[in-house]
Design a protein around this ligand. Structure first.
Ligand code: AMP
Length: 355
């Protein structure tokens, strides 16, 4: 006997058309789900992968309403979106994670204060407005790092103060033109990140890798981390503490510093998928995009497990993208080119996973 019926599939909206949206779209397609993308830049990389383009400013209320009406659920691939855009969309459809989490993650002072309220260790920090504040912090606490509270990424909007001489660097005055905070420089041995998703009462955490940065930019992630089980458990537990405290739904990344003594200090968080989780596309039974999408669709979240004993993700920064064919010769690699037309030093152009 023939049967037939109609399947209703949801539509996902993504604010931001960068590489994270570009990587999310094919994973959503595996679930049969189309993605609409909203970006102010018509040449954003994710537009190459979907016919559903919404090109407008994040202040354009009519365009946001139109976008929200087209989508069953909306998420965001970068945290520095005007909160008003998320709030506007939330009047029409569901926005996950909640816009208030974006407001917290947009301000380094708010996120560090949140971490303190949860009871986590954080680097010593202070809100600063003048050069005298910076000088006083340095003399009291030693080497420090001055950071813009809003809008910095990949080490931009930061200045390290190693010695008293650095206090007179023009970069300090330049940074202080906008709200800043200062942190003690942490003598960490490892940087790790936890990537967790929660949908209803289901929670999934990716296995943890070691992240290697150079000049504030992620170079590579190696999984599994070389750190002890107890340190990694501490990072996992603390991630769940943050989620519980915030009544969090959706995907959340937290970056941590780990010291030689095994202390795990909160650095920053992002209410989205993350560069440090790209390895999971090949290296894990459930990748970070699956995790984010499953929450958006109300699907179960089984535990993600490693499918290879060692996975390494290498960012292709700037002109390193020109060497991608070298990696393509190797059988257990996956090369990603984000389709950006112009490369410049430090720009994330693609990545390679060795698995
Ligand atoms: P952030 O944008 O805050 O993640 O900073 C970018 C990178 O700068 C981090 O991944 C660290 O490598 C370094 N960094 C940031 N804050 C500190 C700190 N308090 N102590 C030492 N290194 C830091």
């Amino acid at each position: 006997m023939m049967t037939q019926g109609t399947l209703h599939r949801k539509t996902i909206g993504i604010f931001g058309g960068g590489q994270l949206a570009r990587l999310m779209i094919p994973v959503a397609a595996r679930y049969g789900v189309p993605c609409h993308v909203f970006d102010r830049d018509a040449s954003a990389p994710a537009f190459q992968l979907t016919p559903h383009h919404h090109v407008a400013s994040f202040e354009d209320a009519a365009a946001i309403d139109h976008f929200a009406r087209a989508c069953d659920v909306i998420t965001c691939e970068f945290e520095n979106i005007p909160i008003t855009a998320l709030q506007r969309a939330a009047q029409t459809t569901r926005v996950i994670p909640d816009p208030r989490h974006f407001a917290m993650a947009q301000d380094r002072l708010q996120e560090k204060t949140m971490a303190q309220n949860v009871g986590l260790s954080v680097p010593l920090f202070a809100d600063v407005t003048t050069q005298n504040d910076v000088t006083a912090f340095f003399h009291q606490n030693g080497p420090a790092i001055l950071k813009r509270r809003h809008g910095g990424y990949d080490g931009k909007g930061q200045k390290v103060v190693h010695t008293a001489k650095d206090l007179h660097d023009d970069a300090i005055l330049l940074l202080l033109q906008a709200p800043c905070l200062i942190e003690a420089l942490v003598p960490f041995t490892h940087e790790i990140s936890t990537i967790a998703a929660r949908g209803g009462s289901d929670t999934a955490l990716l296995p943890i890798g070691d992240n290697h940065h150079h000049q504030g930019i992620l170079q590579k992630t190696i999984v599994p981390s070389a750190l002890s089980v107890s340190v990694l458990d501490q990072a996992r537990r603390q991630t769940l503490d943050v989620m519980n405290h915030l009544h969090y739904q959706g995907i959340l990344t937290i970056e941590w510093f780990v010291t030689a003594q095994g202390d795990v200090l909160f650095n920053e968080c992002a209410p989205r998928v993350h560069n440090t989780g790209h390895w999971s596309l090949e290296g894990c039974s459930l990748n970070q995009f699956d995790m984010a999408i499953r929450v958006l669709l109300g699907m179960p979240l089984p535990e993600p497990v490693l499918v290879s004993p060692r996975v390494e993700m290498l960012n292709l920064l700037g002109d390193a993208i020109l060497k991608r064919d070298v990696y393509e010769r190797s059988p257990r690699t996956a090369v990603y080119d984000y389709g950006k037309p112009v490369f410049r030093t430090g720009r994330k152009m693609g990545h390679v996973t060795f698995f």
